[in-house]
Design a protein around this ligand. Sequence first.
Ligand code: FRU
Length: 924
Amino acid sequence: MLHSDSHLPSLARCALFLSLLLGFGACTQQATKPRYTIGFSQCTNGDAWRQAMLAGMKKELSFYPEVNFRIKDAKYSSALQEQQIKEFLREGIDLLIVSANESEPVTPIVEEAYNRGIPVVILDRRTTSKLYTAYVGGNNVEVGQTAGNYVAGLLGQRGQVLEVLGAPGSSPATDRHQGFVQALAAYPQLQLVAQVNSNWERPSVLERLPAVLRAHPEVDLIFAHNDRIALGAYQVCKQLRLANRVRIVGVDGMPGPHGGIQLVQDGILKATLLYPPGGEEAIRMAMRILRKQPYDKENILGTMVIDSTNVQTMKLQTEKLASQQQDIQRQQQLLRRQRATYASQQTVLYVLAAALLGAAVLGLIAFRAFRANRRSNRKLELQNQEILSQRNQIQEFAEQAKVETEAKLRFFTNFSHELRTPLTLILGPVEEMLTSNPDLPATHRHDLGLIRRNAQRLLQLVNQLMDFRKIDVGKMPVRATEGNLVAFVREIMDVFEKPARQRGISLRFLPSEPVIRLWFDVNILDKVFFNLLSNALKFTPDRGQITVSIQLVPAENGVRVSVEDTGRGISEQDRAHIFEWFYQGQQSAARGSGMGLALALGLTRLHLGQLTFTSQPGQGSTFIVTLPLELPPALKLLDAAPQATPAFALEEGIAPAATAGEPAAYGSSEALVLVIEDNPDVNAFLTQKLQPHFQVSSAFDGATGLRLAAESIPDLIVCDVMLPELSGLEVVAQLKGDWRTSHIPVVLLTARNAPEQQVEGVQAGADLYLTKPFNPTFLLESLRTLLANRDKMREHFRRELSVDTVTVAPQRIDQKFLADLTAIVEANLGRSDLSVEDVARSLGISRVQLYRKVKAVLGTGVTDFIQGIRLTKARQLLLDDELNIAEVAYQLGFSSPSYFSTSFKARYQVSPSEFRALHTTPSA
Ligand code: FRU
């Protein structure tokens, strides 16, 4: 498996790389860092010869930047020198160069160093020991011998010689003296008459020589161990006026203003013996040793005599050498500077390189991260797309499910609705048979009772289903009227009296007071309490108890009605579900439709109340309805007469009254039915069957039928399908397309009973499709049901018109008619002489047609309708402070303010001024 890009290893790799890089930088730095420490113990650093030695060392060291060179100046003190070498050993050195102040005292510490494994280079002045690594310097015995031989030559091998020695105990002084004496031994007439010790410096000579010289005034030559003390001897000779005669020979042969070469050139010294300081050579030797290169132990630097014969050449050469030396020094300085520059540039370069590499690595990491990021982004995008498409799919499914559910529910509701008519038609004759036939045999009576009970039960279920649907789609209005809730509940309880008694159940009613007046929708609360009581009765065992109590609850500004039973209570499992639609308890023996409690809850909430319950398993349950004492005006049916009649009645079983939802009082003489049937026999039969119940007019063909319909605006039309010329289907289509007749229910009556033919009929706009042969009673009941539905429709339109803004969405032809009518009336409100004729003319119909249309659609007269709009408008105008009541009256076309006030009060129970006072807040 490929490892996915991980930043951590990359970073680790980067860090490792950078540390390696820095390590490399550090290594290159180390190359210029000291690798060797050389300690140089110098007997003195206070004269030109030693300075030259040091300069030579430094010059040579410049080629070895890896050397840490440290020098300690013993200032002619052997004790100090010993101590300083000890310090070197303590501090740690890789090699010791020593120029011993005195051989004897310094030897032990040098030996110790050597014994410790530290290479020792003896420079110029020796110790007494052979325990050293290498010697660099002149051969002082040879120097003494050369001097002796030169002196012999100079003096013609005869004469007196005086020797001024270097510091006693220092090896050059000893060796030079030894060599000098050895040489002189070859010349018997050359006598060393006196010796004077110095400390290698002039003042000691100036101090000691005069006395000795005075003692030996015949001295021809003085051999001094170095040029500095030779100069001192010259000065003494000068003092003693011997300078012209006494020749002086020195050692060192240094260039420079006070050096031996200059002294020879100036004639102060007769000669000087070259004694090279050997600084360069000493360093070179040290490096060979340190680098483990082959080397010689004894490295003798040559000597020669410089006198008048070669002094010029020497001077020139030394000067040239000096200038070359200077050049070299300058070059070295330059080199050093360049090295420093190079080093700093190198550092910068390394830093830059490191930064560059770092940047490259980071860039690489960033690039890889970017790529990984892009990959994961792409992946996320794909996942997103997938999720999105899944979501869309789910949405589609949900949408589809919703549509399907909606369609099913619609079907369900329509189907339920369709059940009502046959149920009503079953209940009607059964009721008639039971009531109009006292001699009915007991078995028949029993069977008919069974039919009635079950039909009633079915009707109740159908009604509940429709209520459920209405609540579900928010189509159930609350129309509250004021009444006594106590009396209302008692009436509902009365219905349960008989079945309770039959089962030995005691039904108790405990109102806290005899009268509790409030606004409530009788239709809604009837269903609520009816269902709660049904439920209690269902679950209370025989000889149990049901208690209904009513109490005012001032704290909640409400009234509480509780229905308490002694049933088996509600199980834990059922508690959460009992209010769900169609839920049937887990162990419910007495199964119901599963709608009762759900409907009660939905209706209570619709009524702005609450329905709760408490239950003790095995002891019983209590359902509590809490209703608000006040309802918002929108839920009040302000201009209706108070009612307190339950919509359900109970007979023997628990079922609604057969009269529930029945047609309103349509007097037989009031409703006009138009029969369009070409068959004279059927036409006559129909007329005969309908005449006892309605006003009937008839036509024998479609065209006549249409004309009659438009003229008389009947309440119902029964039409055959198979008509000559204009078919029944065409008649229906034209009727429904004409706004004057569009509201009229049409029943198509035909022998064509194929399902597709029925569909055709309904599609044409028929409200009912009955097939021949038909049951006259069924036809009659169907017509009644249709009229009842019309009634409801009328109610619906009336309500829509009663809202303050009198606008009706022109969705259907009837609604368009109402909208047109309303618009015409509103445009002419100010006219007190606005007549029905005026309005009919504006609509292009006759006064009678207008009257019948308005009556059919709204159930009111045209004048009432106009008055209604005026009074609705009046409420709006009264809310506006700017008009006084008389102005409102005139503006709305009332002939006088008093007529306006009377009309207003008749409709709204308050006078216009009271209405204004109630609805407007006095301005501060
Ligand atoms: C310098 C010096 C030289 C001499 C040498 C002998 O300190 O006195 O003049 O030749 O030391 O070690």
